[in-house]
Design a protein around this ligand. Structure first.
Ligand code: NAD
Length: 250
């Protein structure tokens, strides 16, 4: 019960890494809010939690829309009394070759993956600063760290590198009461990677020294660490969880 009596809001928590994190956090004793685009997006994980005897509550909201974000965060605090943990997990990737990449792709990606992190953090920090405590965990990506950009998703890579920069800056600005850290997952079995060609997925597995893709639960455990009291003296850092993919071969 590493999150006993804590409250946690997870953006994009309706499926994939966010859903695994929501279930794990609730299992560890937290009161969990799942924020996602539509009711259908979070119904599945809320029902799954109920079947396991865990109580999760869904909050509708688009992380790119300040009004919706503030409404969801306010509703969360009204429901649970405070906000101890925010996990900025919502993210998108639009794959298109370099010469065909559009301004719209860039804008959509940056709005969700980067500005969304800022808006949700700003909204939650308002309460966390009053409480004089809080933890924010941002989800970056292996594609946002050194040497790891991938063909077709240069805008995604740029957004995920920027999340690491934003994490460090927020860690300084929100200290000493709020710790802000990032988790950079490697290739993980979710809907985001499901539709990739088999050959690309094979290369992802081959490139990982542990010879597999991550399960969403592998990433959720690292997010739990960063959100828990075990990480009380860590701020501004990025934890890479990639089965060794980012290690150099020679
Ligand atoms: P996913 O596509 O399975 O789930 C993303 C969730 O975010 C969905 O429930 C979706 O509805 C929600 N979402 C999308 N846009 C939103 C918005 N504007 N507002 C609110 N919710 C929104 O993705 P995933 O694979 O679970 O990825 C979760 C995070 O981990 C993302 O930030 C992603 O970039 C990152 N990541 C994933 C991988 C991977 O291999 N799957 C690797 C590295 C990093």
């Amino acid at each position: 019960m590493r999150l006993r009596e804590k409250t946690a809001l997870i953006t994009g928590g309706g499926r994939g890494i966010g859903a695994a994190t929501a279930i794990l956090f609730a299992w560890e004793g937290a009161k969990v809010g799942v924020m996602d685009l539509r009711e259908e997006s979070f119904k599945g994980v809320v029902d799954q939690g109920r079947e396991m005897g865990l109580e999760l509550k869904g909050f509708m909201g688009d992380v790119t829309d300040k009004k919706q974000v503030d409404r969801a965060v306010d509703a969360f605090v009204q429901e649970f009394g405070r906000i101890d943990i925010l996990v900025n997990n919502a993210g998108i990737a639009i794959s298109r070759p370099f010469l065909e990449k559009t301004v719209e792709d860039w804008e959509k990606t940056l709005r969700v993956n980067l500005i969304g992190v800022f808006l949700c953090s700003q909204s939650a920090a308002k309460y966390m600063l009053q409480q004089k405590s809080g933890k924010i965990v941002n989800i970056s990506s292996i594609r946002g760290i050194e040497h790891c950009g991938r063909e077709g998703v240069m805008d995604y890579s740029a957004s995920k590198t920027a999340v690491i920069g934003l994490t460090k800056t927020m860690a300084k600005q929100l200290a000493p009461y709020i710790q802000v850290n990032a988790v950079a997952p490697g290739h993980t079995k979710t809907e985001m990677t499901l539709s990739l060609p088999e050959e690309v997925k094979r290369n992802m597995i081959e490139g990982s020294f542990l010879k597999r893709m991550a399960e969403p639960e592998d990433i959720a455990k690292a997010i739990l660490f960063m959100a828990s009291e075990d990480a009380d003296f860590i701020t501004g850092q990025t934890l890479v969880v990639d089965g060794g993919f980012s290690l150099k071969r020679t």
